[in-house]
Design a binder for this molecule. Structure first.
Ligand code: FES
Length: 132
């Protein structure tokens, strides 16, 4: 192999590598960021019939003991939904969409209920996934 040929191959491999890196960086702009994971300790989980209000989530312990994790982002235009303990509902302050404790749609312009968040039980609590 001549030096000139070796030089061409090295430059070609370098250019391909650079294109690959640039392609990966470009693709990363179009992919959703990975979800953030929050650890909620066992002692911070709500009791039966109660709701824990986080910055971006609701944790709802239904009367039968089932635990639900719901996003606070309104499915209408994305406002932050609040909990109304007196009415046992979630209410969006922007256009007054209402949601049941299960996250089901009740009223207002929202096209659907609140988004369910993924969570999994872990030692000492649970890990909640907040979409990026
Ligand atoms: S953003 Fe919630 S009802 Fe419009």
């Amino acid at each position: 192999m001549q030096r000139r040929e070796l030089f061409r191959m090295t430059i070609g491999a370098g250019a391909l590598g650079l294109l690959g890196v640039m392609g990966l960086r470009l693709a990363s702009h179009f992919l959703p960021p990975p979800p953030r994971k929050l650890l909620i300790k066992e002692r911070d989980l709500p009791a039966n019939g109660k709701v824990k209000v986080g910055e971006e989530y609701f944790l709802v312990r239904l009367n039968d003991g089932r635990l639900l994790a719901l996003s606070r982002r309104c499915p209408h235009l994305g406002c932050t939904v609040n909990y109304q303990p007196s009415g046992q509902v979630f209410l969006c302050p922007c256009h007054q969409s209402r949601f049941a404790l299960t996250g089901a749609y009740l009223a207002g312009p929202a096209p659907r209920g609140l988004y369910a968040l993924k969570w999994k039980k872990t030692e000492g609590g649970l890990i909640l996934e907040i979409p990026g």
